[in-house]
Design a protein around this ligand. Structure first.
Ligand code: TRP
Length: 332
């Protein structure tokens, strides 16, 4: 690994099966980072527990299935590091140390905190959930991550993390940068709609899963909403408001202009379009699904990839913790 490669770090919570939105929105980028950068990808199981603390078996099962999709999508475990958050206890130790200098008011101000409590109910308002952005910073800081590819909703967490790093370096650094201020790299990716037209999300029940078989996929595509004013073939349609059209972009961008023209003129009906799309979507997903099934049949390989990456991450994290404790005068 060359010394000039930048260190990229990102994570995903194992809270359920991955879907088309993860694949085209996040994992195609992770594949590129794994090829070009010194990239760390984290199974954020502790973050999963902030909301799923009552479902430990679900989180446990989701861990390896999630990594199977990462690898199937092309994330290269030879050139990048895949690790388990709870397998790196230095992250939790750093969180305890940094909690001393993290004002509660900063955490309460995170837009996700109040928003998620409104969405999911007050029973997730735990100490751990309040500390979610601090834990996220610790994930990044233990490996000295410089660039953090995240979605727009995570930028506030990164900003909070940068403030904590600045405060730490100011208090204990004696003019030196002990912890690295991480930069978000915003993934400008168009939103991937689900079969009901809302953002594709497991919790909305509108997702096309990597683990779905082809018949299930076809059934879901047939149930997709389209332009409600286009009732039958011959009626002019509006591709710009149609979620099937939005998904075509990922599956066959070369056909977009032709489909838009035929939809607008009325020559192409929604039933035909969805049947064409289901076929092409299944063809697009087939190699990923085949590799996913292979990894699922080979849990030994998954476990080895995770164990090796976690051991490697621990070595780096231990050095960071030594530097932090030394700066805090906890150790000589
Ligand atoms: N909070 C992130 C999300 O929900 C997941 C995550 C956990 C993460 N730790 C991270 C992302 C560290 C980037 C870096 O998407």
């Amino acid at each position: 690994m060359s010394l000039t490669k930048r260190r990229v770090m990102s994570g995903m919570r194992p809270t359920g099966p991955l879907h088309l939105g993860h694949l085209v929105g996040v994992l195609t980028q992770w594949e590129t980072y794994s090829e070009n950068d010194d990239a760390f990808f984290e199974i954020a199981d502790l973050h999963a527990y902030t909301t799923e603390f009552a479902n430990p078996s679900m989180v446990r099962d989701a861990r390896e299935a999630m990594v199977a999709v990462w690898l199937a999508a092309g994330v290269d475990p030879q050139r990048s590091t895949i690790f388990l958050q709870s397998g790196v206890p230095e992250i939790a130790e750093l969180q305890a140390l940094l909690s001393m200098i993290t004002p509660v008011s900063w955490l309460e101000r995170a837009p996700t905190y109040k928003g998620q409590i409104e969405a999911l109910g007050a029973n997730i308002a735990t100490y751990g959930f309040l500390g979610y952005p601090l834990l996220q910073l610790c994930d990044i800081a233990v490996v000295r991550g410089q660039y953090v590819p995240v979605g727009r909703d995570q930028v506030a967490h990164l900003e909070l993390g940068r403030e904590i790093v600045r405060r730490f370096n100011h208090l204990y650094g004696e003019g030196r940068e002990i912890l690295v201020e991480p930069q978000p790299t915003l993934s400008e990716f168009p939103e991937v709609p689900g079969i009901d037209g809302r953002k594709m999300s497991k919790s909305y029940g509108n997702a096309i899963l990597i683990s779905d078989d082809e018949d299930t996929t076809t059934t879901k595509v047939r149930a997709m909403i389209t332009d409600p004013l286009k009732v039958r073939r011959g009626d002019p349609g509006r591709p710009e408001i149609c979620p099937v059209f939005a998904l075509w972009r990922f599956v066959n961008p070369l056909r977009l202009d032709a489909i838009a023209a035929e939809c607008r003129s009325g020559a192409l009906g929604c039933v035909q379009d969805k049947s064409d799309f289901a076929e092409q979507l299944n063809a697009y997903l087939r190699p990923v699904r085949e590799r996913y099934a292979q990894y699922c049949r080979d849990p030994e390989t998954l476990r080895r990839v995770i164990a090796e990456g976690t051991a490697r991450t621990r070595e780096i994290a231990a050095q960071t913790l030594r530097d932090v404790k030394h700066a805090m005068k906890l150790i000589p």
